[in-house]
Design a protein around this ligand. Structure first.
Ligand code: ADP
Length: 559
């Protein structure tokens, strides 16, 4: 606007008050605004230059959502030159399903939001839809009134496609997880139903059986003929057998349903063997057999449940006596290599053919040749379940004419075997070193063993209670310790404090693992010096990264 000397530039605004009344007009001196116009124009020029060179499409709507400006990037994004779109309704190109999202963003700006972000599809000139993301802000004029909307829009078709694929994959994964959870729940329900049924049935069987056994034994006290005595003895013998079957079946189903409490502690294996051999002495004497004990590992302790280990060994040793020839010898040996403790029972019996070896560990499976020998066919099945629940293994192999049944368990606070010379040289920096895991639950120990199977550089030692954990830390100085916070003998926090208080173990990084999600507990554990507090269930990836951060060997040259 040209302004001559003595004149003032005025801006007019007029509005009728109502239909009949006068029209009021307002004039405003806009000298200041006009004087700043060249500067404004210059800044607008610079802005346009910037906008034209941006890869994002920059644009502007007037307050009626009409397009008043678009940068040249509209050609690449929409296939239109800016001039083709200027003056058109900004909503025209928006996909009908996305209009609501754009409207919401628009309204939020009208309500005063500083900026709004919206994802929407825009129709290209060739009719295809392009996924875009726009960031918009409100433009204000010199008086602070809303003057339009400025936006930057970019093509996100490719990243949207990738995100969608990721989402679909996640959805499928969630679906599969839900499926497997459902299957597992169903299996658990079925297992619980089976256990409940067995518990109920065993109760129902036991009650009349008590009467049968009681009265048969009373009968034996009576003045009986030899024939009657034999009949009574048969009733008692049959009853005992039935009770054994009921107990074993119940035990097996309890283990399978995860209802049998197995408490691991360091158990003196030699002492257990002595006790078992004492218990079978009458059976051995009856069959004129000698049971020899060879304790190679005198004071070896295994991670085991004392009561259940005795049950397993009792079964295996009495089998050796039952199935070995009368007058022969049975040898019970213990061997420990620092990591595992092995008990083997060798007999001079008929032996087990390799193809029968798996079968005899199944419930009710007996070899035909032994039909005449008293037995239920449940002892080895139960033993296998019990040993498995203790994190160990059981098996059989030929030994001379007879067989050797063996039971192997994790040594308690076992010394890591020297591995430096055996370990394959690692090509790159990887998880390696000695790791002590203090954990009493066998399934968790098994989980860790499985987790570290792919890390051959890690030497894992499991200690099954706080005391043996402390001893192992002191004696072997592992590179790192994973400490379960709920241990049977000493509270995990107390174990941690003792580890940190002992100069021999103070500097070993300790990762605490706990099912306790209370922030105070976590704070106390970290305060006591743990490098991390990991909540159960352990998330494998994160845990492995954590472990790698505390125990990584520098790369070694190729051998
Ligand atoms: P049970 O002894 O009550 O039959 P087990 O489950 O303990 O049940 O054993 C299953 C079967 O394995 C036995 O019936 C027998 O045929 C075979 N068996 C077990 N121990 C021995 C052994 N030491 N020598 C030969 N056969 C054996």
């Amino acid at each position: 606007m040209d302004v001559r000397a003595g004149e003032k530039p005025l801006a007019w605004q007029s509005q009728p008050v109502n239909d009949e009344g006068p029209t009021y007009a307002l004039a405003k001196d806009v000298t200041a605004r006009n004087e700043s116009e060249p500067a404004l124009r210059e800044s607008e020029r610079r802005y346009r230059l910037l906008a034209e060179n941006a890869t994002d499409m920059i644009g502007q709507w007037d307050p009626q959502a009409r397009i008043v400006y678009l940068s040249g990037a509209s050609r690449a994004l929409l296939g239109y030159a800016p001039e083709a779109l200027i003056g058109r309704d900004g909503y025209e190109l928006i996909h009908p399903e996305d209009v609501a999202a754009v409207t919401a963003a628009h309204e939020s700006l009208l309500r005063g939001a500083e900026r709004a972000r919206v994802v929407s599809r825009l129709r290209r000139r060739d009719g295809r839809w392009v996924w875009t993301e726009s960031v918009a802000r409100m433009l204000l004029d010199a008086e602070g009134r809303q003057a339009g909307i400025q936006f930057a829009t970019r093509d996100i078709t490719e990243s949207k496609r990738q995100m969608d694929a990721l989402q679909q994959a996640e959805e499928r994964l969630r679906h599969a997880e839900a499926e497997s959870r459902r299957a597992r729940d169903a299996a658990e329900r079925a297992n619980r139903a089976k256990s409940a049924f067995l518990a109920r049935m065993s109760h129902e069987l036991r009650t009349p059986l008590n009467a049968i056994m009681g009265f048969a034994q009373l009968l034996e006290l009576d003045d009986l003929t030899a024939e009657q005595r034999e009949s009574a003895a048969r009733i008692v013998g049959g009853g005992r057998h039935l009770i054994e079957v009921i107990n074993d079946v119940l035990d097996i189903s309890r283990i399978e349903a995860g209802e049998m409490a197995i408490e691991l502690a360091p158990i003196d294996v030699g002492a257990t063997v002595d006790a078992v051999v004492g218990l079978v002495a009458p059976l051995a004497a009856e069959r004129r057999m000698l049971v020899r004990i060879d304790l190679d590992a005198q004071h070896a302790h295994a991670c085991a449940d004392g009561h259940r280990l005795k049950q397993v060994l009792l079964n295996v040793v009495s089998n050796a006596i039952k199935y070995g020839p009368a007058g022969s010898e049975v040898l019970v040996r213990t061997v420990a290599d620092g990591e595992r403790v092995r008990v083997s029972v060798t007999d001079a019996g008929p032996g087990i053919a390799p193809h029968e070896a798996a079968r005899i560990f199944e419930p009710f499976e007996r070899l035909e040749r032994d039909a005449a020998t008293e037995g239920t066919g449940l002892g080895l099945a139960l033993s296998r379940n019990l040993v498995g629940a203790m994190g160990g293994e059981i098996g059989v192999r030929p030994a001379g004419d007879g067989s050797e049944f063996w039971v192997e368990l994790q040594a308690a606070g076992a010394a890591p075997t020297p591995v430096a010379q055996e370990r394959a040289p690692t090509r790159e920096s990887e998880l390696a070193g000695t790791l002590l895991y203090v954990e009493d639950t066998p399934s968790n120990a098994a989980f860790m063993r499985r987790l570290l199977r792919d890390a051959p550089g890690v030497e894992l030692t499991v200690a099954c209670d706080g005391a043996s954990g402390l001893a192992a830390a002191r004696d072997h100085g592992p590179d790192a310790i994973v400490l379960d916070m709920a241990l049977p003998d000493i509270d995990g926090l107390a174990v941690l404090e003792r580890l940190k208080g002992d100069p021999a173990s103070a500097t070993i990084p300790v990762i605490a693992v706990s099912a306790d999600v209370a922030p105070e507990r976590e704070a106390a554990v970290l305060e006591a010096g743990a490098v991390a507090y990991v909540q159960k269930p352990i998330e494998v990836d994160r845990f492995t990264r954590l472990l790698t951060s505390v125990m990584t060997r520098p790369p070694q040259p190729d051998a």
